[in-house]
Ligand binder design. Structure first.
Ligand SMILES: [Mg+2]
Length: 399
């Protein structure tokens, strides 16, 4: 089998990859809906893959993997990897999880990091209100993650929150030492959320990046009585093209609150220090950023050898991304906690893609059997999907 074309269309705001072959089998991949600008980067890899056998996924990846980078640039390589596995599964007549080593679990747990409600402010009552709304969702989420501190409007909306100079610009621009007021405000908001979740729903907090090491330690220790699932990305994280494992280690060693990072990291090599020095308790690679589902599986196995847990990031990876997540999570070792449920911003995504169960999530779980078809188990309803193609992408679904 040979690759005859690699296409990319921006549907909604998700870059969607379609790889075609000389045997009429095609494969799909998808990247986050925050990355509509990715299309030319996906197409950059086309010349390296034309003529290759897509069922030799690793040999294809060796051609393009080195030409990627930390979030957002690893997403193009990762979405292509999903499409290669989709083809490999279809060619072999098996679901992708079989090619990753087979199922460890029949259902995969998800956590909520993407089904959101309007906050209306940054006071404890606002946090309690949205936490109740998320807890009441029909998905029955058993873990909910909320943004706080530098991963929220707090630096701007809470007076005298930090001693830092307020910045605006790219995602999560603020960083600096907290005031005592700022520290107490965060703790008050966590108390308010815990009054809603109780011990029925696990509470995780996305915190930065932006913390200084002493503030990260003070907050993590202060929150120990609340038995949080984890504190995410305090020092570095989303859209920082580096890791700073030694700083994370200082924080992790100082507290019993689980410390989490890794959504921006590309490739296993860049997880190495984090894992080998046990710098965090939980890693959160995103299959659509780390280099794909086989890459994530490798990182998860290596983390497990070192006593580190995994909760893959994925909030806006789209519904094709969701399928990739499910196949991957089904095959991960027992250090798996839950994947971040990819939730489409537009309801029509659930009309134009076929193969998703309805409802998708029951009691915070997704049945792997719902994706029990060759490949990723999802496909476009072309008649319904075509009208969402942009003018320059007409022809994306052609043979
Ligand atoms: Mg995060």
């Amino acid at each position: 089998m040979k690759i005859t074309d690699l296409r990319c269309a921006v549907i909604g705001d998700n870059p969607v990859v379609r790889i075609l072959t000389d045997e009429g089998i095609d494969g799909l991949g998808q990247a986050e809906d925050s990355k509509p600008y990715l299309k030319p980067y996906v197409l950059f890899y086309r010349k390296y893959l034309l003529g290759e056998d897509p069922t030799d996924v690793e040999r294809c990846m060796l051609k393009i993997r080195r030409l990627g980078g930390f979030k957002p640039w690893g997403a193009a390589v990762s979405a292509i990897e999903f499409a290669l596995w989709d083809i490999a599964g279809k060619a072999a007549g098996v679901p992708v999880y079989k090619l990753l080593g087979g199922k460890v679990r029949d259902q995969v747990r998800v956590y909520n990091g993407g089904v959101r409600f309007h906050m209306g402010g940054s006071e404890p009552e606002h946090y309690a209100k949205v936490m109740q709304q998320m807890k009441d969702r029909p998905e029955g989420f058993s873990i909910i993650k909320q943004g706080i501190a530098f991963h929220s409007p707090m630096p701007v909306e809470v007076p005298d929150f930090s001693y830092g100079t307020l910045q605006s610009g790219p995602p999560h621009p603020n960083r600096g030492p907290l005031t005592e007021k700022g520290l107490k405000h965060i703790i008050a908001c966590v108390e308010a959320m815990k009054s809603v979740t109780g011990d029925e729903v696990g509470l995780a907090l996305d915190c930065g990046p932006g913390f200084t090491v002493p503030d990260a330690i003070r907050l993590a220790k202060a929150l120990e009585p609340y038995n949080l699932m984890w504190l995410e990305d305090m020092i570095t994280g989303d859209y920082t093209p580096y890791v700073m494992a030694d700083l994370y280690r200082e924080v992790t060693r100082a507290t019993s609150t689980p410390i989490h990072t890794g959504e921006q990291i590309y490739l296993r090599q860049n997880f190495r220090e984090l894992i080998e020095t046990k710098a965090v308790n939980i890693i959160g690679p995103d299959p659509a950023d780390v280099g794909g589902i086989a890459e994530l599986k490798w990182v998860a196995e290596y983390a497990d050898l070192h006593g580190i847990l995994i909760a893959p990031h994925g909030t806006i990876d789209g519904v094709i991304g969701l399928a990739a997540h499910v196949h991957c999570a089904a095959a991960l070792p027992h250090n798996y906690i839950a994947l971040e449920y990819p939730y489409a911003r537009h309801a029509w995504w659930y009309e134009i893609v076929e193969g998703l169960p309805d409802p998708i999530v029951k009691n915070s779980m997704i049945d792997v059997a719902a994706f029990n078809r060759p490949g990723l188990g999802v496909k476009f309803n072309v008649d319904k999907a075509e009208k969402y193609l942009r003018e320059e992408d007409k022809g994306f679904f052609d043979d």
